[in-house]
Design a protein around this ligand. Structure first.
Ligand code: SF4
Length: 637
């Protein structure tokens, strides 16, 4: 029986088994300990939070008991991560290793969202209309289509436009389900079938929550993931933010235009189709969405700048849905597609009404502004995800493991537990196996201007130059704003003899490659380099931050969260801004020591760490290492 067998493995047998197949495998107490906690949670059908420091080898520590579980039960395990890099690492590196440990094969499948796959029905529709035949993109697409075994957009990404892909990719609204003539060959269904036979399903947080929502709102059969009782969230510090987006509603110009185009395509041939309706909708949509961007250079809250005219758009969508429905029972060629079309207009109308209703206390309505792309999106998101997580997830899943290197603040889980509504969850900290006292030094200058003082920028440049010369480059510098990044970049370019790289000058992978290859180079970046990058060895032996990474309070969701907490009588700084900044600082620090042979300096040019009472929360949250507050002392040590 599964339970008896589960009791047979322990941390030692796990590491011994790996050592048998992987000669250079290093025994790690931290990994063994984590594996035993995960196994215990699985054995007892429990929930568990594990903060595992860098170098623990946490993915193997959960994969081993997870694979044991799936081999001894009839139920799969879902593993959800925040980044593609981790999904690829699991599927390409760690699952093959796990497979060497067992006699029976562990079938693992990477599960992607529908929109990654071509919809055969749509593709054949386009192809038959010859609308793609004469363009370069169409030729590329057809050539790819004739060869693909997966139907996956990643194979052609970058070679065709997202607009063309949107026209032929799958989405749940237009899918005909079992009524589709291509149901058997459909790539989405093939993925579903692979998933149904898999032991381990690897996916991302966004897809995981969207799938959950779809199943609850539309029906089990519309989901992509099969039934499961055990879920493992890696990079769990991103869970709440992804849940807030997935459980919200949004409306974009392009989706209305897409369905309007579909209406013309499906009904345009009907003798009494009124094309004026479609034209009117198109004009209305362009006008309203263009107005959203007028005089706005960044995202904003509805309550500050209420957008106008969208109630009329809601009425137009309602009328169009009703009008389209009228074609279903005529002898139209595609009644199912017409029904889907009407449903799509209704769904957009419902989402729009939901967003326009600003009386909902726990939600915030806002406009996302992307002037570069002339793209403006209406959103309504819950401010707190715990209710949704309880209703949709926790009530239905027996075993849940949440792990990350950054879950605690001041060695406590209270903040993350509160955010996720898991106050009673068992939680453990597995310290990193690295010897941070020997391998790293923290430098926070004490006699230094505060970030809001006039002489801060000059002092910052001098402070950074000192450290760069001392370390001979080999530095990553993380900024809280592009303005400061630009300023420091321009200064360093003129004043140091090392190559200075900056985020945005090439793709992230290309920049990192250059940074690794030119050991002495210096890389300047913002938040997207704060986590998920792995540069081992000397090339990253100095990590600097300009100031404490407090979030900008005028970002709509942050502003809404702060107001919400204040309304509840809470101190938003201590209950939100501070813990968020601490987690970001920890993520940044995590870039420095990636291996037991690495060593380096972590510097933060923000004297508030010494001067403000909350400063010690930052220091207490970092691994234990020596703190220096002046440069001379750092040099001597
Ligand atoms: S089943 Fe749905 S996604 Fe698949 S080909 Fe048919 S319509 Fe497209």
């Amino acid at each position: 029986m599964a339970e008896e067998k589960l009791n047979e493995i322990d941390g030692d047998s796990f590491q011994n088994t790996i050592k048998n197949v992987l000669e250079d495998f290093e025994f790690r107490d931290a990994q063994k300990e984590m594996m035993e906690y995960v196994k215990e949670a699985i054995d007892n059908s429990n929930y568990l939070m594990v903060e595992a420091g860098t170098g623990t080898g946490k993915s193997l520590a959960y994969l081993f008991p997870a694979s044991w579980y799936v081999l001894n039960s009839n139920s799969p395990v879902v593993i959800s991560t925040a980044t593609i890099a981790l999904q690829e690492q699991l599927i390409n590196k760690e699952i093959p290793l796990i497979n060497e440990l067992w006699e029976e094969e562990i079938k693992a499948v990477l599960i992607k969202g529908r929109s990654n796959y071509v919809c055969l029905d749509k593709y054949y529709d386009k192809y038959n209309e010859h609308t793609l035949v004469d363009t370069k993109e169409a030729r590329l697409l057809k050539e790819w289509f004739s060869k693909t075994n997966t139907g996956d957009w990643q194979e052609i990404e970058g070679k065709i436009s997202t607009e063309i892909w949107q026209e032929i990719s799958s989405n749940s609204e237009s899918c005909l389900g079992y009524k589709c003539l291509n149901f058997k060959d459909c790539f989405v269904n093939k993925q579903k079938r692979r998933g149904a036979n898999a032991h381990i399903l690897i996916t991302n947080h966004h897809l995981f929550f969207s799938d959950l929502k779809l199943k609850v709102e539309v029906g089990e059969s519309f989901g992509i993931l099969p039934e499961y009782e055990c879920i493992i969230f890696d990079e769990a510090h991103h869970l709440e933010e992804r849940a807030l987006y997935a459980f919200g509603a949004k409306v974009q110009r392009k989706e209305i235009l897409y369905w309007n185009y579909e209406m013309k395509r499906l009904l345009g041939g009907e003798p009494d189709f009124e094309s004026e309706r479609s034209l009117k909708l198109e004009r209305q949509v362009h006008k309203l969405f263009n107005d959203l961007g007028k005089d706005h250079f960044k995202s904003y809250l509805f309550k500050e700048y209420p957008p106008s005219g969208f109630s009329e758009l809601s009425r137009s969508l309602q009328k169009i849905a009703y009008y389209v429905e009228g074609f279903i029972n005529r002898e139209a060629q595609n009644p199912d597609k017409i029904e889907n079309l009407a449903n799509a207009f209704r769904r957009i109308q419902n989402n729009l009404d939901f967003i326009l209703d600003t009386t909902k206390e726990d939600y915030v309505s806002w406009v996302e502004v992307n002037n570069k792309r002339n793209q403006y999106t209406l959103h309504s998101n819950p401010i707190n995800a715990s209710w949704h997580l309880n209703e949709y997830l926790y009530k239905n899943v027996d075993i849940c493991i949440l792990t990350s290197a950054t879950l605690t603040v001041d060695d406590r889980f209270d903040y993350i537990k509160g955010k996720l509504g898991l106050e009673d969850c068992k939680s453990v900290i597995i310290p990193s196996p690295f010897d941070y006292k020997k391998q790293s030094a923290v430098f926070v200058p004490k006699n230094f201007p505060k970030p809001n003082e006039n002489n801060y920028e000059d002092a910052l440049i001098e402070g950074m130059l000192n450290l760069i010369e001392f370390n001979q480059g080999k530095a990553l510098i993380l900024f809280t704003s592009y303005r400061m990044l630009d300023y420091v970049y321009n200064e360093l370019k003129e004043r140091v003899n090392y190559k200075v790289l900056r985020q945005g000058q090439a793709s992230k992978n290309e920049i990192l490659k250059e940074f690794r290859e030119d050991t002495y180079s210096i890389l300047l970046a913002t938040d997207s380099f704060r986590e998920g990058i792995d540069v081992r060895g000397e090339a990253l032996s100095l990590l600097m931050m300009d100031k404490l990474p407090f979030a900008v309070p005028d970002e709509p969701l942050i502003k809404a969260r702060i107001e919400y907490l204040e309304k509840q009588g809470k101190n938003s700084f201590f209950s939100y801004s501070l813990p968020e900044a601490v987690l970001k600082l920890k993520q940044g620090f995590g870039r420095l020591i990636r291996h037991r042979n690495d060593s380096g300096i972590f510097a933060v040019f923000d004297c508030r760490i010494h001067k403000m009472p909350y400063g010690k929360v930052f220091l207490n949250s970092l691994p234990k290492c020596k703190i220096h507050d002046n440069f001379e002392q750092l040099k001597v040590d």
